[in-house]
Design a binder for this molecule. Structure first.
Ligand SMILES: [Zn+2]
Length: 189
């Protein structure tokens, strides 16, 4: 099947043939679930300690230009190297404290993703309640105060459920933008 995952490089790799900066590569070496992985991400099962060699594709010259190597330590992508020896050195020098720090980051990512999912579910629930309950037809003072606290402004601006979904997406994009600007690049996801 044509499924793959995408490895996002922390530093673009210059194409050895044309010099174009290659920022990412598709790989079929992992679960092939169309995920994006960066250094520090959990990419494989926790028992896996291995080097994965892959061919690097350049979109500028439309060819596979070189081998490159992913160092996977305890399931976490810890290094991306052009030389196999360098990837092996990454595995040898890996230590438990680094793993704990990455574990900490992954746990934070998980909590953020959980929060996002929870809010999206809440919002869908509120949209149904708002439009099916006829709140969109009510005068503002007749709407019960404690309902729709987080999403009320979006709902009040929206004439239809579809408009409400657009409002939610716009807010989510604005929040992602704001947190991307505030965070250091390692925390982008
Ligand atoms: Zn190239």
């Amino acid at each position: 099947m044509g499924m793959f995952d995408t490895i996002i490089f922390d530093q673009p790799i210059p194409c050895p043939r044309c010099g174009a900066a290659i920022g990412s590569d598709q790989t079929k070496a992992f679960e092939r679930t169309l995920e994006e992985y960066r250094i520090g991400d959990c990419i494989a099962h926790a028992e896996e300690i291995r080097i994965v060699g892959d061919d690097l594709y350049c979109h500028a010259c439309h060819t596979y230009t070189t081998r490159y190597y992913l160092a996977v330590y305890r399931g976490i992508l810890v290094g991306i190297e052009l030389e196999r020896e360098a990837a092996e050195a990454q595995l040898r020098s890996f230590n438990f404290e680094k793993l704990l720090l990455w574990y900490h980051d992954l746990y934070q990512q998980r909590e953020r993703a959980r929060g996002q999912t929870h809010r999206a579910e809440m919002f869908m629930h509120n949209v149904c309640q708002w439009f099916e309950g006829g709140y969109d037809k009510m005068a503002p003072e007749d709407r019960r105060r404690l309902l729709f606290i987080w999403s009320r402004d979006i709902l009040e601006e929206s004439d239809t459920p579809l408009a409400a979904l657009h409002g939610f997406q716009a807010r989510r994009q604005a929040e992602a933008q704001a947190s991307n600007n505030a965070d250091d690049p390692m925390n982008l996801w």
